[in-house]
Design a protein around this ligand. Structure first.
Ligand SMILES: [Zn+2]
Ligand SMILES: [Zn+2]
Length: 308
């Protein structure tokens, strides 16, 4: 079942897009506790016009919490009528390029669209160096846009980086975000996130092989957004290094059958598949894999710009 965004929230979001207000403006009227999961990018590294790079928004009233910044993220925010001039907070799961290639876009496009205050960004160690390097790479652009005829807000490109540890990393106005260490192959630090709002609980897996800590965090949750690949299609690939593809997927990612097993134990009220490494599998084949794993609850194959 889809959860259509409330009229009030939709009106606020449209207002936020059509007339950019300063980031995190406190001027939006009544608090609205509506919580909506918006799939901004359900893809993986292979460029697919229909499945943008990994990015999921959890919209709580007028606040947009963004999880990962895959390529295309600002255009997907625009398409979803979410703020293009700065999200409330960004949470990065890990520093793989497919999850962070949209970071310069998010930083600079939000500035050009009116952001005047630092963006709050949470993520693993190394995120600060990445942001510093991005700033350095675009240093000429920063000077020209600030001092030239464009008159972009001075310093509006800045990012406040919070390099995190497992546990609660954000807790404000009834929204709590907890970082869960996950098992993503040889990455030393990779996180999933659990988001608790006044009305709902959401867990976003990030990239991980089946992970007991994530399963525990997802127990009985309203929405589990989880990465997936089809077990039935996994085989060595005919390319240099392709003989290790099966082992790579086992160490780094979660199959549909494994996800079905995990979900059967955790019992989320809704399971959404994302970051879909399809290998040619159809939606029904992915769902069948989840069912083979034993999950009998609601499951959907996520599509970009769907709302739940
Ligand atoms: Zn990854
Ligand atoms: Zn990935």
């Amino acid at each position: 079942m889809r959860f259509p965004i409330s009229l009030t929230a939709a009106a606020l979001l449209v207002a936020a897009v059509s007339r950019p207000a300063p980031q995190q403006a406190a001027s939006v009227a009544a608090a609205d506790d509506t919580t909506t999961v918006v799939l901004l990018g359900t893809g993986m590294p292979r460029p697919d016009p229909d499945a943008s790079g990994p990015a999921t928004a959890v919209v709580v009233g007028h606040k947009t919490f963004l999880f990962d910044a895959g390529p295309g993220v600002e255009r997907r925010l625009a398409a979803a009528r979410l703020p293009i001039n700065g999200v409330t907070a960004l949470f990065i799961t890990h520093l793989h390029s497919d999850h962070t290639l949209g970071l310069p876009d998010l930083i600079f496009t939000s500035w050009v669209m009116g952001r005047a205050r630092p963006m709050q960004a949470y993520g693993p160690h190394g995120l600060r160096a990445m942001v510093d390097d991005i700033d350095a790479a675009w240093s000429e652009d920063i000077v020209i846009r600030t001092n030239g005829l464009e008159h972009d807000p001075p310093g509006g490109w800045r990012v406040n980086v919070h390099e995190i540890k497992p546990g609660v990393v954000y807790d404000s106005d009834g929204v709590r975000v907890t970082a869960i260490p996950v098992l993503h192959g040889s990455w030393k630090e990779a996180y999933g996130y659990r988001i608790d709002t006044p009305t709902r609980s959401v867990v976003i897996s990030g990239d991980t092989r089946p992970c007991p800590a994530l399963e525990a965090a997802a127990r009985g949750v309203d929405v589990l957004v989880h990465e997936v690949y089809p077990a039935s299609k996994l085989k060595p690939e005919n390319r240099p290094g392709g003989q290790d593809w099966v082992e790579y997927m086992h160490q780094f990612h979660t199959s549909d059958v494994e996800l079905g097993q995990l979900a059967a134990r955790a019992q989320p009220k809704l399971l959404i598949l994302t970051h879909i490494v399809r290998m040619g599998a159809t939606d029904s084949e992915l769902i069948a894999g989840v069912r083979r794993g034993g999950f009998r609850g609601k499951v959907v194959v996520g599509k970009d710009l769907e709302r739940f």
